[in-house]
Design a binder for this molecule. Sequence first.
Ligand code: ADP
Ligand code: MG
Length: 244
Amino acid sequence: MIRLENISKRYVMGDVQVAALDGVSLEVDKGEFVVVLGPSGSGKTTLLNIIGALDVPTEGHVQINGGNMTLTNKVNRFKFRRETVSFIFQTFNLFPSLTALENVQFVLDMQPADKTKKEKRNGQANRARAIEVLTDVGLGERVNHFPHELSGGEQQRVAIARALATGNPVLLADEPTGELDFRTGIQILELLKRQAEAGKTVLVVTHNREISRIADRVIELSSGKIVSDGAPRGGKAEIADLQW
Ligand SMILES: Nc1ncnc2c1ncn2[C@@H]1O[C@H](COP(=O)(O)OP(=O)(O)O)[C@@H](O)[C@H]1O
Ligand SMILES: [Mg+2]
């Protein structure tokens, strides 16, 4: 589903060059649940943004779902993001003036006409789909609440519902539990893990080694390079056994 070949990303800051990523190659299969682990500044967000076509590498090739992202233009990258990847962020990034339902329905209304032709004719279908995914993440009773009326964990659930609503096959989560308390964070991880079990390809970025233990596979970054890729160091842990 995801193939990166020798990716480098350099930022030029005056006279100084920062190598955010330096020769990163990796492959992720459909349905994998992968944690990308590394300290602050190690290149995790840069990596996720390149996979999600929010950013382009300085060197190397990116293939997602068969499409070569490095070669395509801005419009193609926009289409790719709309149809292939969904992002979940640390700070949820919900529209404060839209309800939970409207935040989710918004991305469905943005889908291209050919993909959701029927729904375009019948906005009720997008609304029904939004309610369905919000119910799936446990927010069926909260659909008409605004973000400020929801807890952090509930806001992150809205963001996950929004990511799931379109049916895009790749979920990219950048420190999704960073703003949440331990218990809420675990619930969010469980929810993300279940998406991989249901066939999505899920990448979760964290700087927290304890969190990384819930994955079958941990890709560890240090100074823009992959330093390990495999089973979590210290052994795999059940979500219920995590402490952080
Ligand atoms: N837009 C940018 N301009 C300049 N340097 C950047 C930019 N984005 C990231 N960097 C640098 O690249 C490195 C990796 O950053 P980032 O991918 O955000 O790491 P992480 O998410 O692991 O904290 C850091 O040294 C950071 O300062
Ligand atoms: Mg980051």
